[in-house]
Write a protein that binds this ligand. Sequence first.
Ligand code: FMN
Length: 377
Amino acid sequence: MHESPLFSPFTLRSLTLKNRVMVSPMAQYAAIDGVATDWHFAHFAKFALGGAGLVFMEASKVERRGLGTVGDLGLWQDAQVPALRRIVDFLHQQGAAVGIQLNHAGRRAGTQRPWEGNGPLDRSQPIEGQAHWEVIGPSAIAHGPGWPVPREMGEDDIMAVINAFAQAAQRADEAGFDVIELHGAHGYLLHQFLSPLSNLRADRWGGSLANRMRFVLEVTSAVRARWPSHKPLFFRCSSVDDGGWTIDESVLLARELKARGVDAMDCSAGGIGTRATQATAEKRRMGFQVPYAERVRRDAQIPTIAVGLIIEPEHAQAIIAKGQADLVALGREMLANPYWVQHAALQLKVAPEYRQMAPVYQWWLDQREKAGWGPAA
Ligand SMILES: Cc1cc2nc3c(=O)[nH]c(=O)nc-3n(C[C@H](O)[C@H](O)[C@H](O)COP(=O)(O)O)c2cc1C
């Protein structure tokens, strides 16, 4: 391995990342009718300028029924492609690879923005001048008290959503993305099919584990068929959840996904209901979800991504060095410090060529470093 595991390149299919740092998908609630805005450009540009190997764009919805809230990014129509393409092109020019997460909110459709309450939207009022959208799910079971009861999806809805994922994948390719991640975690539609808490179907889409996995696997196969074979496909799972899903089931799921062309598992947790998981019940520790990435990597023999309270460069480096995961994904820490990768390179004292700031920044900072400085006058 390279002298700095965190700064060693990583190859999946024909994509080589320059380091092991991924910006975790983070919804910005700033799109207009699903179309990216200047906020997205400014937000994502920072991470590429900051040196992240892989910058992931947020959960983007594959149909309007799948919107979590107003302001979600979308890829359910062609008109949403050009604004994304502009951002992707700029990030590529800065040397970052770019991913997009695809999602459908299912029964969690119609949520307030987090800082506005994070509860269900008031459906008696139009929201920001737009009509509400229908809430569908595997079974007619609400996400929680006060949430809308979804309409149980018929066979035609299931086929329509599978097709919507595939079409969104094609648009993601047209927008120039390098990686797609399917959002199978945090209580959204894919996760809703997996969980016996939200999926009480008696047909081939519910019941046994194999039946509950069917929708996820069909979506994956449909996306893989439409997504170019040289481009990697990730899957984010809730490795364990508050509805009884276990890490053993995540390992089984990862094996099935791998067989259908998934290249890496992004190991998150929780979100199907309102009860706490073991991880959320206690005060969270740094890297609290890393053991899930380690277990899935070892037992499903698939590359993994560790996420959740990874903040310190030494810690991130140790996760890669110990073989607990192949990539580390940083979320909130990147909001606090979009130049995290550059700071990590300095802190870990990696070779200067791994400090990859734009020359217009790097030259001046190097000059300042060489000249040194005395105490304040
Ligand atoms: C503002 C914000 C938006 C998020 N949106 C998404 C999202 O779109 N998709 C997703 O899978 N996770 C989302 N997350 C979760 C993060 O990707 C990440 O898993 C979580 O924040 C834990 O990592 P951290 O401790 O490094 O922040 C979001 C987190 C934040 C802070």
